[in-house]
Write a protein that binds this ligand. Structure first.
Ligand code: CA
Length: 236
């Protein structure tokens, strides 16, 4: 049998932490709870977790800071939990290093499916670099854009570009399917790993605009990452 996946819950409201703990346990996960930002950081860095559920508003150290500090050392998937839609809109515009965002009050089913998808995506990434001789191109070249799938490097006209994981995953997926437009829902499924995704699709738009800002000479008039009107996005 597989070992149980372990999740770190960083949440200062004990009723929410308990609710999460019970439901994670019922879904077959192990968990630990940290009730403020400092404890969360300490546990994240000293323990072994498959995923971190990180509340944004926390005593002692807020979720942004915890996230940034964890990211410097670890690639553990982080789902950031925010109290309101406006907060979520705000942080979607920032490069926080979190892999996903959930707004309170959240549906437990949606949260559990996101936890599963993020853990699976992370596991795939750990396996894929060892995949050899699969016949896939290791370096994808599209005019001045270079994607080195072995080194996870992306460069434009010879200059290296720093991308977040979502940005990298998205551009790689579109590059491997050059010219084919995908809807936001399809991208949430294929790139973010959500099955039968029905929820929030703004993460796609935000990631596209971040990518455009990094790879396009004129982001408002893109040459690579294009919008297919009425459908979604494709790479040209
Ligand atoms: Ca809180």
């Amino acid at each position: 049998m597989n070992e149980k996946k372990k999740i770190l819950i960083v949440e200062d409201e004990s009723n929410i932490a308990q609710l999460l703990a019970v439901n994670l346990m019922l879904a077959g996960y192990d968990y630990e709870i940290a009730s403020d930002g400092e404890e969360g950081l300490e546990k994240a860095l000293t323990g072994t977790f498959d995923l971190i559920l990180l509340d944004l508003m926390l005593p002692k150290m807020n979720g942004f800071e915890v996230c940034a500090r964890v990211r410097k050392k670890l690639s553990t998937p982080i789902i950031m939990v925010t109290a309101r839609e406006e907060e979520k809109d705000k942080i979607l515009g920032l490069d926080t290093g979190a892999d996903d965002y959930v707004t309170k009050p959240f549906s437990l089913n949606e949260l559990l499916s996101r936890i599963k998808a993020n853990i699976r995506r992370n596991a795939n990434e750990l396996i894929n670099p060892e995949k050899e001789g699969s016949g896939e191109e290791k370096i994808i070249k599209i005019r001045g854009l270079n994607i080195d799938t072995e080194k996870y490097d992306v460069s434009l006209d010879g200059e290296q570009i720093s991308l977040s994981r979502q940005e990298y995953d998205l551009i790689l997926f579109l590059a491997q399917n050059l010219g084919k437009p995908y809807t936001r829902e399809q991208l949430m499924e294929s790139v973010w790993g959500y099955e039968g995704y029905l929820g929030d699709i703004r993460a796609v738009d935000v990631t596209v605009s971040r990518l455009r800002a990094k790879i396009e000479k004129d982001p408002s008039n893109p040459e690579y990452l294009l919008t297919k009107r009425g459908i979604g996005y494709y790479l040209k």
